[in-house]
Design a protein. Sequence first.
Length: 367
Amino acid sequence: MKIDAAVVRSKGGPFAIEKLELAQPGDDQILVKVVAAGMCHTDLICRDQYYPVPLPMVLGHEGAGIVEKVGRGVKKVAPGDHVVLTFYTCGHCPACLGGDSTSCANFFAPNFMGKAVDGSCTIHDHGGGEVGASFFGQSSFGTHALSYERNTVKVPKDVPLELLGPLGCGIQTGAGSVLNALNPPAGSSIAIFGAGAVGLAAVMGAVIAGCTTIISVDIKDNRLAFARELGATHTINGAKSDPVQEIQALTGGGILYALETSGVPAALDQAIRSTCSGGEIGIVGAPPLGTTLAVDVNVLLFNRKLRGIIEGHSVPDVFIPRLVELYRQGKFPFDRLLKFYSFDQINQAAADSEKGLTVKPVLRIAV
């Protein structure tokens, strides 16, 4: 079928909206009319080849839309259902079978390598050339996308679909890193490094968790002010003062939980050193492949725990509906992070995101 989709053809190149041919859904696939799609930091680092995905490619992995057609083997959703698209996992490796799908042993290929799960190419250009697709099992920067049962989450029809795409990755990652991975008890303290979409979602997650000391660290005063509005009890501008000293002073010796969302190695070092003995540090921010950090092992030796967190350690079929319900109850106002752009403004959305002018761009795609 004919679709319009945003294609990246070269490293760091622009998104170009092209007319492409999308395959019909296979037995295990779902055809979704994309209403809107969030733009995530991962889309931009893949465009820039921090993660070397094959180009050309249709990116986009925070899609929300309406099911139009399903393959013969699909039972989970039906035409007309409203859905959010999220990350793909295999479902049969030991981690998936054990309930920890974010540790899927087969995560990389179906999410990043531009082919459907069966190895086929599902998008071609007007000359018949292959275009990388199935990014995160969806490639949702297009008018239609093919997804799978494992990365398609049914959502209520009474919540505006154009809001919900970012729950598939960035917002899920921030809130889930607090609520699912770190899981701080009520009354505890947490420092969140980075006040982008993921970091601010983490602030809201910390409020829901009942943390009584929530420290947001960033280098932009406007982002820190926003973090205060969303529930941060303290803010620190890392360009003006030493976050480690500030956090130790505020907490009487160090924070119990820290989350690094920026992907800046220096911020991760600060997050580690800001914790007390027995503290836990979560890593969410993704720097270029090969990035290293020198850590004093003796700091970690005192019962500190350093862990990576993928997709908020979430089970999307459980966690995304939970976030939707918290939003409906007014307890998770993630919509305040969003700014909408028309599909043909995709490059402006990317530029505004990179300049820090927009927290979470969302592309309105359906016409």
